[in-house]
Design a protein around this ligand. Structure first.
Ligand SMILES: Nc1ncnc2c1ncn2[C@@H]1O[C@H](COP(=O)(O)OP(=O)(O)O[C@H]2O[C@H](CO)[C@@H](O)[C@H](O)[C@H]2O)[C@@H](O)[C@H]1O
Length: 785
């Protein structure tokens, strides 16, 4: 006990990186956090126990990153490393190596102080170089933040540091930013490890700080602060332990500082300026998210291009990439409905009991465009590739239960790039009712039991019309304690009490997002909330709208792979006047319509149901076919509406084509070849097709509702502003009015038409903007208790 007391006292004295180090350990108490650094393998978990076995750490090995042991007992374990002992990071034990006396501890703390001072000096020098090179202000800001962070750690007390350290905040896989953050905050660990210069991990180079030839240090720090992105995740994971600022355990003189080049390149002592410049090619921007970098797991029942029935698939395929571009470590978890060539079986098997049945899941993994895609495999998902939500209600429910149960543990069990995400600094993004069980499971199985304490959940509403409803008895199929039933119970004016998964998810998630501002407003009304408006109003403090973006790689006329054949062509704003007519002619040819440049093609793409207002088009058909236009409709859905499409085609075969089917290629080609896109949706949470249309110089005519109101700004002929035409009620004559004005402009005001196309195509509709807003939500969730 005496040693413990001394340790505490010395820690307070040190008030610097030591305390940070220990506090970080407290954060991750009993469970590895997000880390490439936490070397606990999946096998070190039993998945349910709070106690975690930690890998033995050899003398001289540097344990960096969010650390593993909590409280006083963790401190003991840490000290044991310093003394070359191995440590089992269980919840303590009194034999953690603390009997070596106060002197050793004092020496350790002194050394730590020196290291910290040295680090500040290094950072200072880095900043000077950055300024000298007139790097952009964002870079400078991030460096300053890094410095502020460092200083604030030194000042802050143990509690306030718990969840705020950059080492818990940096991504742990592929960004070297994590390395520097940890080399800052964990330097005392390096010191305690007493690694002799050059003794570990290959190439270290001496750096003479006092000589002023500090380029290598600057470069190493710059790289570590996040200027480089590791191309090879495996390499990144294996490098992390060694890419640490090492200091001589004996003197800690600046001249004894040893650096390993985080870029893996050999550093030589050449002129500072030259040296920096030579690295320029390797210096990417720092992570846009800065200190907000998190581990993010997007969980969705569909994910394009592997599985897609509509807009949710597009969002799950694209938003994660935008979050990854901001520097987050991002994973998508989706069911494995079929054989996906890119995804490999990673050999992890887990079993879950679903409604009494023991089911095994297999995890498949692919790393694409900076995102980890994890597919959960089980027989239940097979053969649903084209019928994702199909089947008997209880079968669908069972699939979603299994999916959510397995998804919530993916960060524990599935090594991505060799390293699990862990549950520290982690946020799940669940989508629609299919995964609304995830926030509930996260709470019921884990957080209520002291597990995943730092994991948060955000639930995104893409469409409130589908809620996962059933009789109250359905509750007994979802494997939750009885006292959770009230979360799911909802009174319906028609059906009375019923079971409602969306309701439970909305109540339980830490934050709720929907996909536009307009829809966020509508959801609070009795008309737009579909029975859930009261819950949404009650939780308005955690609810907001973020307008969807689009995947500008997938949906870009300049690069669209579906425009490379069959007479179509890629085009840009510059080549619009030639490219679009060529696509139009190709479409007309393909569909067997008269090939005429002067006839406008109207298009509809979407699910054939009440939501999309396809029946309004049906009502307007007599007027439409009375004009000199062509109409192309693509969709699947309600059988009666599918029949209607076929009927229109046969009735008006010189003007109308009704394509019943789901074809991504055709959707792209219609978007490119058409002049006008009809979106008479009765409600539309966001709508993606109008965004795609605008990117392709196709003008939307839309019911001003939900996200359509947010994104389709009405054309103003006086100001020559706006992107299309809108109408204010879902009625056929309103559609006809708006379409009439649109056609008039198409035929008679060519300049205005070109202006509409140009403005539409020049918009930034990418996910980057939305991703930034999602990030704010994630951060808000992270600090919410
Ligand atoms: N027959 C077919 N063949 C090929 N492709 C087809 C197709 N039918 C539809 N698609 C494609 O599916 C997607 C549909 O996206 P939407 O956003 O319009 O609708 P959805 O209602 O499914 O999504 C819900 O979620 C999204 C995402 O949040 C919200 O934008 C939307 O308002 C909400 O209703 C588009 O990519 C479209 O091209």
């Amino acid at each position: 006990m005496a040693s413990l007391g001394s340790l505490r006292f010395l820690l307070e004295l040190s008030s610097g990186s030591n305390s940070v180090l220990f506090q970080n350990r407290a954060v991750c108490r009993g469970r590895p956090s997000s880390a490439a650094f936490c070397r606990a393998s999946p096998a070190d978990f039993d998945g349910s126990a709070r106690k975690v076995r930690f890998p033995r750490v050899r003398r001289g090995e540097i344990l960096v990153g969010p650390s593993l042991v909590g409280g006083e007992k963790g401190k003991k374990g840490l000290h044991a490393i310093g003394k070359g002992g191995s440590f089992e990071g269980e919840e303590g034990g009194d034999d953690g190596g603390i009997n070596d006396g106060d002197d050793a501890l004092q020496a350790a703390v002194d050394k730590s102080e020196k290291v910290r001072a040295m680090q500040k000096e290094l950072l200072q020098k880095l900043l000077q170089v950055v300024e000298r090179r007139n790097l952009d202000s964002s870079l400078i800001n991030s460096e300053v933040r890094a410095e502020e962070d460092m200083v604030s750690y030194a000042k802050s007390d143990e509690t306030s540091n718990l969840n705020l350290s950059p080492s818990s905040g940096w991504p742990t896989g592929r960004y070297k930013s994590s390395i520097v953050a940890d080399s800052f905050s964990q330097s005392s660990e390096a010191m305690i490890s007493e690694t002799p210069p050059g003794s570990a991990n290959g190439t270290f180079l001496n750096k003479e700080m006092e000589s002023g030839r500090n380029t290598q240090v600057e470069r190493a720090f710059a790289a570590g602060i996040g200027l480089t992105r590791e191309a090879d995740p495996e390499a990144a994971a294996s490098k992390t332990a060694s890419q640490v600022l090492l200091a001589s355990s004996e003197t800690y003189d600046a001249k004894d500082v040893i650096l390993e080049d985080p870029l893996g390149a050999k550093l030589d002592n050449t002129d500072a300026e030259d040296d920096v410049d030579s690295e320029e090619g390797n210096m990417d921007a720092p992570p846009l998210a800065g200190a907000n970098v998190m581990n993010v797991v997007v969980v969705a029942a569909e994910c394009a291009p592997w599985s897609k029935t509509g807009g949710l698939g597009d969002v799950a395929g694209a938003l994660p990439k935008a979050l990854a571009r901001r520097g987050h470590r991002v994973m998508v978890v989706a069911p494995r409905y079929g054989n996906y060539a890119e995804a490999q079986d990673i050999g992890v098997r887990k079993r879950y009991k679903v409604n009494g049945q023991d089911l095994e899941v297999i995890y498949f993994h692919a790393y694409i465009d900076g995102v980890d895609f994890v597919f959960i495999d089980n027989n239940l998902f097979h053969h649903h590739q084209h019928n994702i939500y199909g089947g008997v209600r209880l079968e669908v429910l069972k699939r979603m239960v299994l999916f959510c149960r397995a998804a919530v543990e993916v960060p524990w069990h599935v090594p991505c790039g060799g390293v699990c995400y862990g549950d520290g600094n982690l946020a799940f993004i669940a989508n629609d009712w299919h995964t609304a069980l995830l926030p509930v499971y996260l709470k019921a199985y884990y957080r209520d039991n002291g597990l995943m304490k730092f994991a948060r959940s955000v639930l995104v509403i893409h469409n409130i019309a589908h809620q996962g409803r059933g009789p109250v008895e359905d509750f007994f199929h979802i494997d939750l304690p009885d006292y959770y039933m009230d979360l799911f119970k909802l009174h319906d004016p028609i059906g009375g009490d019923h079971f409602n998964i969306f309701a439970a998810g909305l109540k339980t998630a830490d934050r709720v997002v929907t996909v536009s501002h307009g829809y966020a407003w509508e959801l609070k009304t009795s008309e737009g909330g579909w029975g859930l408006h009261e819950i949404i109003n009650h939780n308005h403090w955690k609810f907001q709208g973020i307008v969807n973006g689009i995947d500008t790689k997938e949906w870009n006329p300049e690069f669209d792979v579906h425009l490379k054949s069959d007479g179509y062509t890629n085009y840009s704003l510059e080549t619009l006047q030639a490219g679009k007519p060529q696509c139009k002619a190709a479409l007309q040819r393909e569909l067997g319509l008269p090939v005429r440049a002067d006839v406008p093609i109207l298009a509809f793409i979407g699910r054939l149901d009440q939501q999309k207002g396809v029946d309004l088009i049906a009502e307007a058909i007599p007027w439409i076919v009375g004009q000199d236009v062509q109409l192309v409709m693509l969709g699947t859905g309600r059988p009666d509406l599918e029949d209607m499409l076929r009927r229109f085609e046969s009735q008006y075969c010189d003007k109308v084509r009704g394509w019943v089917g789901f074809s991504v290629k055709t959707a792209h080609q219609i978007t490119a070849g058409a002049d006008i896109l009809l979106m008479p949706s009765r409600f539309e949470p966001c709508g993606l097709n109008q965004l795609y249309a605008m990117m392709y110089g196709t003008i939307p005519v839309a019911h001003a509702v939900g996200g359509l109101r947010d994104t389709v700004i009405q054309f103003d002929p006086y100001k020559e502003s706006g992107y299309g035409w809108t109408f204010d009620r879902a009625e056929a004559h309103k559609l006809i009015d708006a379409l009439g004005n649109c056609l008039n402009t198409y035929w008679n005001y060519k300049e205005s038409w070109r202006g509409l196309q140009t403005r539409g195509m020049m918009q930034d509709l990418s996910w980057d903007n939305a991703a930034q807003h999602y990030e704010e939500v994630l951060v808000a969730a992270k600090y919410q208790w």
